[in-house]
Design a protein around this ligand. Structure first.
Ligand code: ZN
Length: 94
């Protein structure tokens, strides 16, 4: 597939050219502490016409890694659910 002539505003052209999909800069989920897993998130979108942006979450656990793609709608619900769980976690013992 030929590279597109137009790119989403969030597209990082170097990554886009390298991967063959529109891709944003990668945002690390970094707490500043040593964690069991390394997470990062980014936006990706196929070069196919009429494709929609998706959220990419990459989980690196030692030598294993997994990429999960989700729709923006799922990402919004996930953000809400995470806030709910984080609020629950503040509650302490019952
Ligand atoms: Zn692009």
């Amino acid at each position: 597939m030929n590279a597109p002539t137009e790119h989403p505003r969030w597209c990082d052209r170097k990554t886009c050219d390298r991967l063959g999909v529109h891709a944003s800069r990668v945002l690390p989920v970094n707490t500043g502490r040593t964690e069991e897993t390394v997470l990062d998130v980014a936006l990706v979108q196929s070069w196919l016409p009429a494709s929609e942006p998706q959220l990419s979450m990459t989980v690196i656990d030692g030598v294993d890694f997994e990429q999960v793609l989700m729709s923006l709608g799922q990402g919004r619900v996930l953000a809400h659910r995470l806030r709910q769980l984080l609020d629950d976690a503040k509650g302490g013992a019952k």
